[in-house]
Design a protein around this ligand. Structure first.
Ligand code: C2E
Ligand code: MG
Ligand code: MG
Length: 734
């Protein structure tokens, strides 16, 4: 190797040179060229370079493959079996020699996929160029034949001789039959194609050449030609050979008339396309089937669905079972991809066994997703029955490598009249419904319904808009006061986020917090909420310092204490924020930026987010609590935490869920709820925790809760959540 700056290019050229040599060796026997093999190698080298460039180009395009296909025809690589040789070499060696292992960044899988698309393009370009050439040849022959018919006496002989020469040496098959179909003359090429002698060919009648795969109108066109109503036609046509094989041809039939214009002969020109057709079928099979399971793939499935749903289809109804294996990732991760592959193969077999003989199409749509497409079910029951069978078939454990694996799957079913929904709508509905089955616990099927679809689409559109909403300041906060029960003073406020959606208007947190949690946007959104809330607490504090309380503090003692201590602001934290590494530094930064003490912030964490958290996971909260930040256990009582567990949590407050205080609204209060609340208050106080009650709506409720010893309350009885400004006017001053 040299120190040449184009070293990698040199390497690649070396590889491509070798590639061109292998190519020329494989293709040479199938050419009709006058070049030597070495010359053919030189001819192929630039084509190899072109393919290699295409293989690595960004963006990728298969178009150069077509040009290479055409160039090969121009180079006379045109015998019937040339194409398989050409593609065979590209398939085996292009990725190998067409890349520089030092520098190529193209992953091998991607390279193979591109190589296969290039092969398709080469085949297409090759076929097209060959067809053009054959057509030109056929035109010349027809002209010669016709000229032979109409020439004057003296010219006849010369023209006959010329025709004979063309006829005999042509590479395409030629036969001439009379108007009854009896073959009068057949050349060597056609005899070879049919694997018969020229003599045998001459004893045949073209009307015998019916084949079950004939194009529907071929014999109609032939009858028109015999009646003199058309001068020629061209079709792709199969023929039986005596050895039982099928010969596929491009067939052109022309009518030859006599001097009076009367039909005299039918001239048939045949080009053998058997090899090309087989190759095409192979390529088509590969492009439409999944390599691992042998099932039809997404491409074929989409074609069939398109056809089934198209307005022109004579099918009345369709049914689709869209299946996704539950927990497949876990199998792959824990047992390895080889076991995952085996599992997919076994699932494919079971699906096929459920649909055998039914005419339903079973396809592998991708990864662990499969689909069964039913033609003309009698109604949804037919399709749900199939789903039931599939789940039952999967229920028997699958044995792989001595291990018994049980497979669970979720199925979304769409059933309906064809011609109403577009394929993408059907797929989306199936997908949504399948996820509904998963969300309901998996190992079940669900039937699509427009309401759930609409809700999911709504969720989807909200989810996709969330990031922009944060950027465009569409979120805002409302505050709901927290009242100290002993004296009715405002202790702080909970910040509650809302979304001013440009289309849907004001949305409550229940509509978008779960989505933000799901997508991870909750982290920046939560940080924004905390910043705003702490800044607001600071503003209230300053307001008070300026005497914003209007000097109306009724209780001198408490009033003084409040003036010293800033109002606390409560901010809700989602589980995802809790596990984010920046929680502690971000919180400290927010407090420092506002110049507020840590005790002016209370973070509300739901009980369920802390269930099962280990010491490591609790560490950030503990650090914050040690700094002086208050921690409240929100919605307490709705989770199933072990009460003894409370001891080890860094919480300072329990926020008793609304559902427990609801029973206290009625008169007399529900005794079970009374006992429960009393018990919790006693326990909390024993553990040194304060108790806040949520959802206080009536005076009676408030009085009872105060008597039970609750420390703080929140609810509509005191105030609904509202903008920060009303909060200052209405509460901070009381
Ligand atoms: P939460 O933290 O339990 O908040 C209390 C919810 O109860 C609020 O609903 C509030 O408007 C409502 N509420 C207050 N008093 C009463 C009452 O007397 N009666 C009734 N029926 N309801 C009352 P909202 O604002 O819809 O918030 C719902 C939940 O959304 C909150 O429940 C909280 O978990 C979550 N959330 C709100 N803002 C945020 C946020 O900034 N970040 C995160 N992660 N979650 C938030
Ligand atoms: Mg809360
Ligand atoms: Mg709550």
């Amino acid at each position: 190797m040299t120190a040449d700056p184009h070293e990698s290019e040199g390497l690649e050229n070396d590889g491509l040179r070798r590639f061109a040599t292998i190519w020329s060796r494989a293709v040479y026997p199938a050419t009709q060229t006058s070049m030597t093999r070495a010359e053919l190698g030189d001819y192929l080298h630039p084509l190899a370079v072109k393919l290699c460039d295409a293989l690595h180009a960004y963006p990728f395009s298969a178009a150069p493959g077509r040009e290479v296909g055409a160039a090969l025809v121009a180079g006379h690589c045109t015998s019937p079996d040339a194409l398989p040789h050409i593609l065979g070499v590209v398939d085996s060696y292009l990725v190998l020699y067409g890349r520089d292992p030092e520098t190529s960044e193209l992953p091998v899988d991607e390279a193979r996929a591109r190589c296969s698309r290039l092969q398709h393009a080469i085949a297409a370009g090759f076929t097209e160029a060959l067809r053009d050439r054959t057509l030109a040849e056929q035109e010349a022959l027809s002209r010669a034949a016709l000229a032979a018919q109409s020439a004057v006496e003296e010219a006849l002989h010369a023209s006959e001789t010329r025709f004979r020469a063309v006829f005999k040496d042509a590479t395409i098959g030629i036969s001439i039959a009379d108007m009854d179909g009896r073959i009068r003359d057949a050349n060597g090429a056609i005899a070879k194609m049919f694997k018969r002698s020229e003599e045998e060919m001459r004893r045949r009648n073209v009307n015998e050449w019916v084949h079950p795969d004939d194009a529907p109108d071929v014999w109609r066109m032939h009858r028109q030609l015999v009646r003199g109503e058309r001068d020629h036609f061209r079709v792709e046509k199969p023929f039986h050979r005596p050895d039982g094989t099928v010969l596929w041809t491009n067939l052109t039939v022309s009518l030859l008339r006599d001097a009076d214009g009367e039909p005299r002969y039918q001239l048939a020109l045949l080009e053998d396309i058997t090899e090309r057709r087989l190759l095409h079928l192979r390529l088509r099979y590969e492009a439409t089937h999944d390599e691992l399971t042998g099932l039809p793939n997404r491409t074929l499935f989409a074609e069939r669905l398109d056809r089934l749903l198209s307005a022109s289809s004579d099918v009345k109804r369709f049914g689709l079972c869209y299946l996704d294996i539950d927990g497949f990732k876990a199998v792959n991760d824990s047992l390895g991809h080889a076991v995952g592959d085996q599992l997919l193969i076994a699932v494919a077999e079971r699906l096929q066994s459920c649909t055998a003989g039914s005419g339903h199409l079973v396809a592998r749509i991708g990864g662990d997703e499969f689909a069964a497409l039913c033609t003309d079910p009698s109604g949804p029951e037919d399709v749900t029955e199939l789903a039931r069978q599939v789940l039952a078939a999967l229920a028997t454990p699958i044995r792989i490598d001595g291990r018994e694996l049980s497979v669970r799957a979720s199925i979304g079913i769409v059933e309906g009249p064809s011609g109403e929904l577009r394929p993408e709508e059907v797929m989306r509905s199936a997908d949504i419904t399948m996820y509904r089955a998963k969300d309901a616990g998996g190992s079940r099927y669900e039937l699509a319904d427009p309401d759930s679809d609409a809700r999911a689409i709504d969720r989807h559109s909200l989810t996709t808009r969330l990031p922009a909403a944060l950027e465009w300041d569409e979120f805002f906060l409302e505050y709901q006061p927290l009242i100290r029960m002993s004296d009715g003073h405002v202790e702080g406020a909970e910040a509650l986020v809302r979304w001013k959606h440009p289309v849907h208007g004001r949305l409550g947190p229940d509509r978008f917090i779960p989505l933000a949690e799901h997508t991870g946007l909750i982290v920046p959104l939560g940080r924004w909420v905390m910043e705003q809330a702490v800044r607001q607490a600071c503003a209230w504090h300053e307001e008070r310092g300026k005497g914003g309380g209007n000097g109306k503090k009724k209780n001198g003692k408490n009033g003084d204490a409040l003036a010293e201590r800033p109002l606390r602001v409560n901010v809700n934290l989602s589980p995802r924020q809790l596990h984010h590494p920046d929680l502690v530094p971000d919180t400290i930064a927010v407090l420092e930026a506002a110049g507020m003490p840590p005790s002016s912030l209370c973070l509300e964490v739901t009980e369920s987010a802390l269930i099962g958290a280990d010491e490591d996971e609790l560490k950030p909260l503990r650090q914050l609590a040690e700094l002086g930040v208050e921690i409240a256990l929100d919605d307490f009582g709705t989770g199933y935490s072990n009460l003894a567990n409370l001891r080890r949590l860094p919480a300072t407050t329990l926020k008793l869920d609304r559902s427990f205080t609801q029973g206290l609204q009625q008169h007399p209060a529900d005794p079970v709820d009374v006992t429960f609340v009393e018990g919790i208050v006693t326990l909390a106080h024993a553990l040194g925790l304060a108790v806040t009650v949520e959802g206080v709506e009536t005076e009676h409720q408030a009085a009872q809760l105060r008597d039970m010893g609750c420390d703080t309350a929140q609810g509509w009885y005191y105030a609904r959540p509202g903008p920060a400004s009303t909060f200052v006017q209405g509460f901070a001053v009381t």
